[in-house]
Design a protein around this ligand. Structure first.
Ligand SMILES: NC(=O)c1ccc[n+]([C@@H]2O[C@H](COP(=O)([O-])OP(=O)(O)OC[C@H]3O[C@@H](n4cnc5c(N)ncnc54)[C@H](O)[C@@H]3O)[C@@H](O)[C@H]2O)c1
Length: 247
């Protein structure tokens, strides 16, 4: 195997830290942190995160590191919210009855103003109902933008929406009117992980943040197919699997 620029990625890490303590510095921690960084969190803000998967939980941990006053996490699955509460100590909202109810709850937690920063850590593959599927078929779209739209409704005027979740194609009915009327700042894309890794490694070394507490499954490489399956289908309480080739 040839790895171009292989000397660019690696870091020297302290020997007294375990692989699991450091593993998530390679992707999901810098990604979650990027959402908060794009949100320009300086201290005292309310940050609402949609999606309580590995990326959403890392964004919640990052929001506290940057001094947020209130961190709210939204998901359609209670066990994922329980994990966010246990590992990132945030307020949780279960998306049960659609976006309107969630947006109302975020407004009531912020004196009617809306969150300063909303982070979309779900992307184009949220849980979809029949209406979402029909709309996607008619518009030749992939998935749905319902979470991004909820973020834009839940953010305060002139607030920031950070889009970490992936959107692979164009979408009709993008709420451009709301974007303009509220003066929303919209940022998104691939996270520039290298920009943050050294600083985030330091936070881990200093014990300011713990990352391995989101692991729910440790499996040998021979069970990789099962591991992907339970993560994709969100079964067996799965939040994050670590595959151990030596197991
Ligand atoms: N921007 C980047 O550089 C970057 C890097 C890594 C991952 N990602 C993307 O981030 C996204 C999240 O990754 P992950 O590993 O946490 O995925 P995940 O699928 O485990 O998490 C998504 C969560 O969203 C929840 N969800 C579904 N519908 C919802 C709704 N309507 N409202 C709120 N929550 C809802 C799911 O229950 C799940 O817990 C994915 O799109 C992934 O591809 C982006």
């Amino acid at each position: 195997m040839r790895v171009p620029y292989a000397n660019y990625g690696p870091r020297v890490v302290p020997e007294d830290l375990s692989d699991e303590q450091l593993l998530f510095l390679t992707d999901i921690f810098p990604t979650g942190y990027t959402g908060v960084d794009w949100g320009e969190v300086k201290g005292g803000e309310t940050v609402a995160i949609f999606g309580s998967g590995p990326v959403g939980i890392m964004a919640a941990k990052s929001a506290w590191l940057r001094g947020a006053a209130q961190v709210i996490v939204v998901d359609t699955l209670q066990f994922r919210l329980d994990k966010a509460k246990a590992t990132a100590g945030c307020t949780t909202i279960l998306w049960e009855d659609g976006p309107k109810d969630v947006v109302e709850q975020i407004r009531s937690l912020t004196n009617g103003r809306g969150a300063d920063v909303c982070i979309d850590a779900v992307g184009f593959e949220p849980d979809r109902n029949l209406g979402d599927r029909i709309k996607a078929t008619i518009n030749f779209e992939k998935g749905s933008t319902k979470v991004l739209e909820a973020c834009m409704s839940a953010v305060r005027r002139s607030g920031i929406v950070s889009v970490l979740g992936v959107y692979p194609v164009n979408y009709d009915n993008f709420p451009i009117g709301q974007f303009f009327d509220k003066g929303i700042i919209l940022k998104g894309g691939q996270a520039p992980a290298h920009k943050h890794i050294d600083k985030l490694l330091e936070y881990v070394v200093q014990g300011k943040v713990k990352l391995d507490d989101i692991i729910t499954h440790r499996l040998p490489l021979s069970e990789i197919s099962h591991a992907y399956d339970i993560f994709k289908k969100r079964e067996d309480g799965c939040v994050k699997v670590v595959l151990d080739p030596w197991k």
